[in-house]
Design a protein around this ligand. Structure first.
Ligand code: DX5
Ligand code: ZN
Length: 228
């Protein structure tokens, strides 16, 4: 499948939600028609911030039927994989930089019966994952340094996305490219044009004064107009 034909999806990150009403926010996101919920799991070690863990995610699981994906910003995440699956995540995204044995960790995710995905920090080249591309369903390219919501989009990641898309297509691999950080109406078009088809959206989702459904629709329309 070429980049132009890959389905577009918005994956809201609830990192910047009001945690006192996290459940309601997830219900509202589902009603707004988003594709999935992106959970930014931070351990305070791999990144200088702490967010939520399996118990919080599990408490929200019965409220919505949307797929959950966990972006694991966790040093050597092997220990947390099973609890994330038990909490109801159907995709686990592990950092190339945090796994000494990345190939083994992605296999462990597959063995748990969920979808394996890998994520690259801005400084990490595509080469770092060249030998595990056949093990994943999705590659996440960070367009900010992980750890915090609301950071400025790094347009300099776009050539990396394009190189990755070309490599995946060349190998005939059916793998989505997701992009995470600073995605907003101003940036999503260029991200889509570079070859990304799944978009993590944190603060821009919550900033839209017309609500989640409007934000979701607007972002999808802008991505569709730019996708090639
Ligand atoms: C950063 C996280 C992102 C981020 C998205 O560490 O992985 O998911 O919070 O938030 P915005 O869209 O505000 O950059
Ligand atoms: Zn994320």
């Amino acid at each position: 499948m070429t980049a132009a034909l890959r389905p577009l999806a918005i994956a809201p990150s609830v990192l910047t939600a009001d945690y006192s009403r996290l459940g309601e926010v997830c219900v509202e996101l589902e009603q707004a028609g988003v594709d999935r919920i992106h959970w930014d799991v931070m351990d305070g070690n791999f990144v200088p911030n702490l967010s939520f863990g399996a118990e919080v995610i599990a408490s929200i699981r019965p409220l919505v039927s949307l797929p959950f994906e966990a972006h694991l910003m966790v040093t050597e995440p092997t220990w947390i994989l099973k609890s994330m699956v038990d909490a109801g995540c159907s995709r686990l995204i592990v950092h190339a930089e945090s796994c000494t044995h990345l190939h083994r960790t992605l296999g462990a995710v597959r063995d748990l019966g969920v979808s394996p995905a890998v994520v690259l920090n801005p400084a990490t080249p595509v080469d770092a994952i060249e030998n595990v591309l056949d093990l994943v369903d999705l590659v996440l390219v960070m367009s900010v340094n992980p750890g915090f919501g609301g950071q400025r989009y790094l347009a300099s990641m776009e050539p990396k996305v394009s190189r990755l898309r070309a490599l995946l297509d060349e190998r005939g691999l059916d793998v989505d490219i997701e992009i995470d950080g600073g995605i907003a109406p101003e940036t999503i078009g260029d991200a889509a044009a570079s070859g990304a088809n799944v978009f993590v959206v944190g603060s821009a989702m919550f900033r839209d004064t017309e609500g989640f459904a409007h934000a979701n629709r607007q972002l999808l329309d802008l991505a569709a107009a730019a996708q090639r």
